[in-house]
Design a protein around this ligand. Structure first.
Ligand SMILES: [Zn+2]
Length: 182
């Protein structure tokens, strides 16, 4: 941690906004500055990622071999990041689902389960399909054996792996993009 302060909340004005900045050294990406704040009065949260270098469009492919890879690898996602898993069959687009986050891959998959639960409320006729999906996600959290892909036109989203060889980084401006996902 490099900087920590308690200051006035930009939303409610109470002097209860706890703000921290820290540098995080990410393999392949170098230092990024994480900014995070929470107001203990009104609950307002702030989170952003400041990336020193001009971002290049990237695709990060992470293959979780087992539960350890899931529990100990970190996902850092900026507002422009798109996350999908071809074998789990989901996709989170920037925009409405575009909240920035720093979490373990495990924590992220629990978020995916939350989204799925919400979908079940909105579309109860799909409950069976959604339940099967949720079961599959739980199984993958436990045992690994899936791929997670993070694409970001600004190169601000990435996965910091527990085991370095589980991550592959492609720069999409080098014409080595491969086949775009369907
Ligand atoms: Zn506040």
């Amino acid at each position: 941690m490099i900087y920590e302060t308690e200051t006035r909340c930009p939303v409610c004005g109470a002097k209860a906004f706890r703000y921290v900045e820290f540098l995080y050294d990410v393999p392949f990406f170098g230092n990024v500055l994480i900014q995070s704040g929470v107001c203990t009065a009104c609950g307002y949260r702030y989170f952003d990622i400041v990336y020193a270098d001009a971002g290049r469009p990237t695709r990060v492919t992470f293959t979780a071999r087992d539960g350890l890879d899931v529990a100990k690898s970190l996902l850092i996602r900026s507002r422009t990041g798109r996350i999908y898993s071809p074998d789990l069959g989901f996709e989170l687009e920037p925009g409405t689902q575009g909240e920035a986050m720093i979490t373990t891959v495990e924590g992220f998959l629990y978020k995916v389960v939350d989204y799925a639960e919400r979908l079940k409320v909105l579309e109860p006729e799909k409950a069976d399909v959604v339940d099967a999906f949720i079961q599959r996600v739980y199984e993958k959290i436990e045992n690994g054996g899936f791929t997670l892909v993070v694409e970001d036109p600004q190169g601000k989203s990435f996965i910091s792996p527990y085991r370095p060889d589980t991550v592959q980084v492609e720069y999409l401006d080098e014409g080595q993009a491969g086949t775009p996902p369907q």
